[in-house]
Design a protein around this ligand. Sequence first.
Ligand code: HEC
Length: 261
Amino acid sequence: MSNRQFLHFSALPMSTRMVYTMTLLVLGTGYLFAMLQVFFSHAGLDGNAKNISAEDIRVAYHGSESDTRLETALKGPMADMLPPEERSVIFKWVKDGSTPEGYEQKVKPILESRCLACHDGVANPHLPNLSNFEGISKVVEKDTGATIPTLVRVSHIHLFGITFIFFIVSSIFTHAYMRPLWMKCVIIVLPFLTILTDIFSWYLTKWIPGFAWFIIASGALMGISFTAQWVVSMWQMWFYKLPPEIEGCGGALPVMGRSQD
Ligand code: HEC
């Protein structure tokens, strides 16, 4: 069987290793920001803004059993848009049945000063229009979580975008020396597999809230395998010394009648 030219990092030119190192640095930083983004867009959906929990994930995809979209937004991503006293006024109005009278007297002035900069229906036509009673009525209906068009939009962005990132990082990782070989293969396959299970779980969670745990497990496995690829690649690129039998072949695996990687 021929040697299929597995090249260890140490056999690559310095310039190639620089490209790999800088790419890993920037993508690793990107991954951290992606985690922060997940935190900021989900933490607080369940009413507790300090951490991100399974309940946050359930609310994001399945909707809230108790809250309307307006309340979910005001506890989560819109929480900083107004002071807590004004937020309580809006919560009370929703609890009291979101009447037109209450809207005119109490809620409208708050929305006008705090929300219409973005939610006037003109500045960004995709955001709920909160400039009149009809508009606000639509967001005090029961919160049913992310809509299917939103999930479809985010799905295709994630599938295309994240595949690029994993392709780059795992292609770099192929130059690592790791035995047993199946472990290396698992670490390569996992991020791709878990982005699929992650995204399919969004739809399942929209339907059955218990699947929030599948989203969490997928994200955790994705993070672990990404981190493993990153750390092993960086370490072997600059610090690792190959076992002597491979070192002797200049970083290429020796031909020993077994398949190479
Ligand atoms: C600086 C611009 C800005 C301001 C000010 C703002 N919002 Fe938003 N709002 C957004 C954006 C952007 C989104 C969509 C992204 C998101 O959901 O995080 C959004 C989404 C929403 C949603 C929809 C959530 C859903 O279920 O899709 C509601 C409801 C909402 N905002 C209410 C408010 C209220 C009430 C205020 C005032 C207290 C407010 N917003 C102030 C930018 C703003």
